[in-house]
Design a protein around this ligand. Sequence first.
Ligand code: ADP
Ligand code: MG
Length: 687
Amino acid sequence: MNNRKNAGEYFGSLVFNEGTMRDYIPETSLKAWQESVKNRSVLPEKIAADIADGMKRWALEQGATHYTHWFQPLTGETAEKHEGFLIPDGRDGFRMEFSSKELIKGEPDASSFPSGGLRSTFEARGYSAWDPTSYAFIKDKVLCIPTIFCSYAGEVLDKKTPLLRSSEALDREAVRVLRLLGDNETKRVTTNIGAEQEYFLIRKDLFLQREDLRLCGRTLFGADAPKKQELDDHYYGAIRPEITAFMQDLNDELWKLGICAKTEHNEVAPAQYEMAPFFGPANMANDQNQLTMEIMKRVAERHDLVCLLNEKPFAGINGSGKHVNWSISTDGGENLFSPGKTPAENTRFLLFLAAFLKGVDEYSELLRSSAAYAGNDNRLGGQEAPPAIISVFIGSDLEKVVDAIIREETYDGAYDDALAVGKDVHLQIGRDNTDRNRTSPLAFTGNKFEFRMIGSSQSIASPAAYLNTIMAQELKEAADELEAAGNTKEALTALIRKMLKEHRRIVFNGNGYDEAWIEEAKRRGLKNLRNTAETIPEYASEKNIRLLTENGIYTRKEIESRNEIRREKYCSVITIEARTLDEMIRKGILGAVEAYLNSLTLRYAFEQKLADEAGELGGKLLEATQQLEADIRRLDACADEGEKLSLCSEVLTADMRTCRSVIDSLEKIIDSRFWPYPDYTELLFSI
Ligand code: ADP
Ligand code: MG
């Protein structure tokens, strides 16, 4: 009956991982590769040739016919251009070729990828370069080689490069701090990430009937279904057989690609689900999350479903986020955010914690910006997603410790040993104490931080890169101060206290959904950047430029171009949504209202009332639509970038809201025989 293989038999079967490499690459070359990955040194040509040869043999055995440099342009998606292994041998036959040159470098045409003005149009070439720290894999008979991507002039045009650079910066500064703390063992510090992915599944036939879903990935209108999520009966509920079939299929595909999909469950909203992989090194976790999103969409299609990754496909119910669980650990396997068991570990933990809090406080705008784009604007700040204000949840135990340190008091709360500042600290932070506060954008969860502001559709590369960079910067400053103060124990204690004291305001353990928090945050001087438009002037601030250039993540030009891309993309999304809504109203809804009105015979008195109601709303809708159209024309004619941005963020979004509220009222009263689109009940409760 059950002919499914044991997952262990095919886990990673489509990945050229270390185990597989061992079978295809000479021992000495494998060692050289391991060394070069560890030391980030250049791989000698001869070794690359051995790897290319092994990779080719393996790929051909798996039935691959093509290879591609797989990269992550600034669209936030992934890109690939397939090249056949096949070349004619000049005697009516062919042979399969793949050289080290082809492994190491590619030259895709870069002209149609966003560059924010970095790449001049006459020089369309871009370079992709092999990233030997992430494994090659096979997808659809194509050998995919993870690569970085840059312009002809060497400017970074992708999302992976900054992540790699930030990991290096963090490694360097963290090791430096560890040395000062007396750790002479640790050689490398790495970032680990586990990215929980939320998504919706809806029936494909229904999806196809709505232009807004097809073109924008979300509904632009739709009256509430009579039932939403108030019964909480979907959350962790029994998974429907259709969905189980999808999840099994998804797991198979992910496991083959070496992605350790570990947990799956129904989420809070109807038709919403979550998949969490087992965490891994940041670079790999980022590649794998990109793949996961792609595979989810494809597997859904096979099941006549559509996977929606948009942050807010439906109003009135929860949106989808991506929780980026982020921690840093040593090559000896020690988690540096683990409170630890010995006093020395405790001090180290407190220093790393203080550095994190300081960094988040000082660079909150950068973190906020990393999650700011049109789709996520519809989610953040709503009553179900983290608010748009950056703060850190640390749990009550840890908060007491922090406050005791600041006040130079002895702390004898929940811990066995009293805590006296200046003396050693004994911490026992219960995992349960870092409780399930779901309202915080950044939460300490025992030995890692969970960045919950990230949207479901976005690449995790930038948010992770900024977390790394901020941490690197603060550790660098701490190391400088410690060195200057002679690296004494007293200096260390004083430094931790100062950092905690100055940045205490970023800690917030309360309910982030509470209106009072907005006021409280204002009193604390914390910024509330409510939408993408408000983050645009903040992102490329001098402070951030200094941070990112000094840590070797970007050049000034690269930062400015990224901001340019963020702005352009935001405006494009809003414009597409506005046009789509306009078209749906003109071609679908107004006609439906008219047909409905015509269907009323007016032979009964109540029909007149119905006609009046619908007629009045129809008139309002036409008026609102004409306003929307006028503003779209204004935008089309506008040449000033700043003005375009505010037209999109203030005018068009408001126009769309007005249209939507009228449409939703109409949807509630018009006979469903005339309504041209599947409604929320059908979309959300059909599986
Ligand atoms: P939740 O209750 O939020 O679902 P879990 O403990 O199940 O929390 O973990 C969620 C994610 O965090 C998983 O992807 C998991 O692999 C990841 N994770 C666990 N420990 C770490 C760590 N030390 N560093 C990074 N990610 C981690
Ligand atoms: Mg989580």
